[in-house]
Design a protein around this ligand. Structure first.
Ligand SMILES: Nc1ncnc2c1ncn2[C@@H]1O[C@H](COP(=O)(O)OP(=O)(O)OP(=O)(O)O)[C@@H](O)[C@H]1O
Ligand SMILES: O=P(O)(O)OC[C@H]1O[C@H](OP(=O)(O)OP(=O)(O)O)[C@H](O)[C@@H]1O
Ligand SMILES: O=C(O)c1cccnc1
Length: 480
């Protein structure tokens, strides 16, 4: 497992030395990880990256060469470097499991512990959670546009570097992709690997037919032929049909063809007709070429005859929305378990933080559909037998009364006193869980364009606490 201890911003280390020098290193802090707006103008995001956060925490330790490098910067004193030498995370982490639909302002992770430790974690946690959550969300949109057609992740060559290719393939699988072309991701995470051929294979042979036959000889039962090197309907599909029939005559199953250019709707319909007429009704048609959720949705609704989609660049780079702006904000600080809520003020009301140690409660109706989430204080209880009126924390007149609800707390314990108390699910389990979880959201929340906004409110107690703190800060400033 990779040691990512040095994957941090310099200022985390300077602040840590500052705490050590000021005697505040043992102060306890609670940080929330959350994002403020949904990517893709979508209706939800899918949480991902927790497994990498767990690995990061479990491998946190500065090696001799790390300490030597830090010493060489001539910024840090020996007392601090020595302290880093025995650095371990000894705090608590609660997190929303990977594959859960999540919404703005909800703490996806809550980190509690000595400020000396919790400050260091910000950069790596955000790096991991922001990227994987973004790609899992993008993949989920692409998969939903494919409406049951398999989506194969093809992006490694265009990913923003090797790590993004591998972790992106993992996140894409959480979002519902069926397979990846990325062999390292397949090996590391047990993702099914799949693929076809490149144009170079076809070009290497004197003719397209010979290229197809050579591939069919090598992989008679894994034969998906790329048909657009010369001319799809006049050459590629007729040659693929010849080879497909030869394979079937020998008792093999011909898988199908891949289209990688041109009008994918027209070509797939024509190719389907030709394959069917030749008796290759089971042969599938895979499409690729700069696809994303919008093109897939358009092509599918035009009536294309496409069974599976190969999606690379737009998915792995999240091209239409390349970042998720997750932040790591201090919500409480204290000593010996006695915490005081803390708040960050901003002129921009969306940037004022939510104070205190919080939890996220999801409210379901009797049919199991998610109705709303509340960000609440840790010790609050919501009685399932009672009515509950919730309200928008900004437009407070917007109210909704929940009745007959079931509740579920989304944050679950992952580390206690530095020890892991959470069993990491395997990736197949996470994918299945994500699919089930998406089934609890209304279609209106999931639709790709102009979705309904899912309700995420603050509990009355948290709202009250926030108002009080804002008022106190405001009055303090006025008096100065
Ligand atoms: N029927 C369709 N409706 C909407 N978009 C489509 C349809 N068919 C293909 N597309 C998309 O249109 C774009 C076409 O790309 P482009 O203009 O580069 O043509 P091309 O066929 O890839 O040409 P080239 O031969 O250079 O590869 C791709 O993003 C593709 O996914
Ligand atoms: O289009 P993407 O969604 O990124 O999917 C991956 C693309 O990569 C391959 O092409 P190649 O690298 O040869 O490039 P090209 O076909 O785009 O020229 C493949 O044939 C797809 O077209
Ligand atoms: O296997 C394929 O067809 C493939 C793999 C990576 C990128 N494009 C296509």
């Amino acid at each position: 497992m990779e040691n990512r201890t040095m994957l941090t911003d310099l200022y985390q280390l300077t602040m840590m030395q500052g705490h050590l020098m000021n005697g505040s290193q043992n102060k306890e802090a609670v940080f929330d990880v959350y994002f403020r707006s949904l990517p893709f103008k979508g209706g939800y995001a899918l949480a991902a990256g927790l497994e990498q956060v767990v690995e990061y925490i479990e491998n946190l330790s500065f090696k001799e060469e790390d300490l030597a490098y830090l010493r060489s910067l001539n910024l840090f004193n020996e007392e601090f470097i020595e302290e880093l030498g025995s650095f371990r995370f000894t705090g608590d982490i609660d997190a929303i499991p990977e594959g859960t639909p999540v919404f703005p302002y909800e703490p996806l992770l809550r980190v509690k512990g000595r400020i000396f430790e919790t400050q260091l974690l910000e950069t790596a946690i955000l790096n991991l959670v922001n990227f994987e959550t973004l790609i899992a969300t993008k993949a989920s949109r692409v998969v939903s546009a494919a409406d049951g057609g398999a989506v194969m992740e093809f992006g490694l060559r265009r990913a923003q570097g090797p790590d993004a290719g591998v972790l992106g393939a993992r996140a894409a699988f959480i979002g519902g992709c069926k397979s990846t072309s990325n062999v390292q991701a397949g090996m590391r995470y047990g993702i099914p690997v799949s693929g076809t051929q490149a144009h170079s294979w076809i070009q290497c042979f004197p003719s397209e037919l010979e290229a197809f036959r050579a591939y069919a000889r090598t992989f008679p039962d894994l034969c998906l032929l790329l048909v657009d090197t010369y001319n799809v309907l006049k050459s590629g599909v007729p040659n693929a049909i010849k080879v497909g029939l030869e394979l079937e005559a020998e008792g093999h199953h011909f898988l199908g063809i891949r289209l990688d250019s041109g009008d994918l709707t027209y070509l797939s319909k024509e190719a389907r007709r030709m394959l069917d007429e030749a008796g290759l009704k089971e042969a599938i048609i895979v499409a690729s070429n700069d696809l994303d959720e919008e093109t897939i949705f358009a092509i599918r609704t035009q009536g294309a005859a496409i069974n599976a989609w190969g999606v690379g660049t737009n998915l792995i780079t999240s091209k239409s929305n390349p970042t998720l702006g997750g932040v790591y904000k201090l919500a409480a600080e204290g000593e010996q378990g006695d915490f005081q809520p803390r708040l960050k003020v901003s002129e921009n009301v969306n940037k004022i933080t939510n104070p205190g140690i919080k939890k996220v409660v999801r409210f379901y109706d009797r049919a199991g559909k998610a109705m709303a989430d509340l960000i609440a204080l840790e010790d609050e209880v919501f009685d399932e037998g009672k009515l509950l009126t919730i309200f928008d924390p900004i437009q407070t007149w917007k109210r909704k009364t929940l009745r007959n609800f079931k509740t579920r707390e989304l944050l679950i314990p992952v580390f206690r006193d530095g020890n892991r108390v959470y069993k990491l699910p395997d990736l197949q389990e996470i994918q299945g869980y994500a699919q089930k979880e998406l089934g609890t959201l209304w279609d209106e929340v999931k639709r790709l364009t102009n979705p309904h906004r899912y309700i995420v409110d603050l509990s009355a107690n948290l709202f009250e606490l926030k108002q009080q703190l804002l008022l106190t800060i405001h009055n303090d400033i006025k008096e100065k």
